[in-house]
Design a protein around this ligand. Sequence first.
Ligand code: ADP
Ligand code: MG
Length: 585
Amino acid sequence: MAGQGRSPTGAAVTVTTTELPANLLSATLPKRPYPGLRPFEEKEWMIFFGREKMTADVIERLARQRLVFIHGASGSGKSSLVRAGVLPKLARQHLRHGEAWHPCTMRPSGGPLWNLAQEFARLEGRPGESARVDEIVRLFARRGATLASVAGEIEGLAGKRLCILVDQFEELFRFEREISREEAELFIDLLIGEIDTTSELDEDEFGPPAPPAPVNERHAKVHIAITMRSESLGECTRFDGLAEAINRTQYLVPRMSREALLRAIQRPAQIYGGEVTIELAERLIAEVRGREDELPLIQHGLMLLWNTALAKSNEKINLDVGLLDKGVSLASLLSNHADEIMVTVAPDLRRSRAVENLFRALIEQTAKKQAIRRPQQFKELAAISNVDTQELRTIIDAFRKDGVSFLTPPISTEIKDETTIDIGHEALFRCWKKISDQKDGWLKRETEDGILWNLLLAEAMDFATNPKRVLSHAKVQDVNRWLARKTKPWCNRYGGNWDLVDTLLKVSGREASYMRDVNAFATVAVLLLIITSCWIISYIFSENMLLIVIFFISTCIFFFFCVILGFIVLTKKINKFRVRGFSRN
Ligand SMILES: Nc1ncnc2c1ncn2[C@@H]1O[C@H](COP(=O)(O)OP(=O)(O)O)[C@@H](O)[C@H]1O
Ligand SMILES: [Mg+2]
């Protein structure tokens, strides 16, 4: 199969797709020149500019040492650099040299080995075959296995070049904390096992370099690019050999120069026959230069301006400063855009709550009080956010539709139960006021709810050791009201132990109703006592037969109530004793 297209430099590219990844060599222009908040995808290489030098740097390191550890600040463009810069360029180089070469992209979230095995199964032409994926995971766990040896067992990969992008490597640390340290360690061992240990050694210090290891024809030649936020570097020291590997292979993503930014802003529009005036480009750069969210804010602003201009006219699109209202910052443009989507998808309070739950589930705060993304499978998200799956789909689709990239994957990818849903970029929760508001933003609410759960859990643990420490009636009511909107998977984010808290609430509730009963009966008894006393006094003075009868009846009722009261007190005591015994077990 063959196709024709234009390279970013305008030169014609004839694409022969036999054996080649279609995404990387696709010569079809994407729908829009600006992807917005999310990272560039492989197939968007034609609209990716400003990173030419860094792309060449990374490729050179990949060839030399087989593993490159790319790190930088959030939003510095790490993922895009590899996806739309490195991988497509490698594919084009392969075209020239005719050497078979295969790329794959994975993220550690949810299960690093499973995710990588899924990519291997896809390369083999068996995507989504869980039995095969399981088999490959077992190959990873085999004694002495390396990525090269496992990849060599994948049909069609023996002796071929494979480039694996491990994007968002920092997700591995959450996986290690919450799910399995063992798997995280194995995954790291497999990655760092691929470093070419002969290439970087200093000859004077270590003697002459060792001769290259003999190439095993049955293995694949594996190259790995890893991207990670620099803030997570410290966490890497918790794994054997990882810090050493990073020291030898790291590449800190440099900031884009003003000229590179101008190219990234203006060239995509030109490819689509439009234009971004230099005044607008300069204004965009001036507004965000030196800020944390430089690239995402510019990207989102351009996407929005392009969409607005496109909706108005079909002729040549000319983006000028006039399109940006005076005094409106790129951050508020983003916040207002997210609000607009929210209004369309959540017209009532119930839906607003569903949207809030969705975004709260997709963000977490680190121990250093830093908000980061918390990607999750669709089915986990439905369980944690307490939203019906159909409704959740509708909401997610609104936030990832064409021209909106607040959530990923893009709308072209069908959402299945296992699909990972993520926020397009952290810039969203730094700029969208609904999330970031310091007084009552969703992030603040989520943090407070987490603290509330932890306090409740502390009380439940206290109660387990000392059953007298129950909650007051008012508190039980408050907590039950609050918990009605929470789910078991939600509380697992903050220490779990739902059943422990549930027992505390049930016992406290029973205790409270017991106290209420006792109070009610005591009140009635006192009233009857007063009435009876009045009748006695009247009787003494009147000697009326009717009064005597009434006196007799009310005395009987009084004693009857006393007996019931005694009975309730006794049975409640017995129940309490039972619960205490249970909690001790
Ligand atoms: N070369 C570039 N030109 C224009 N926008 C870019 C470029 N690289 C990245 N971006 C934009 O910057 C934002 C962050 O990119 P991403 O690759 O996700 O960064 P990181 O992985 O470092 O967080 C996204 O909105 C993306 O579209
Ligand atoms: Mg990234």
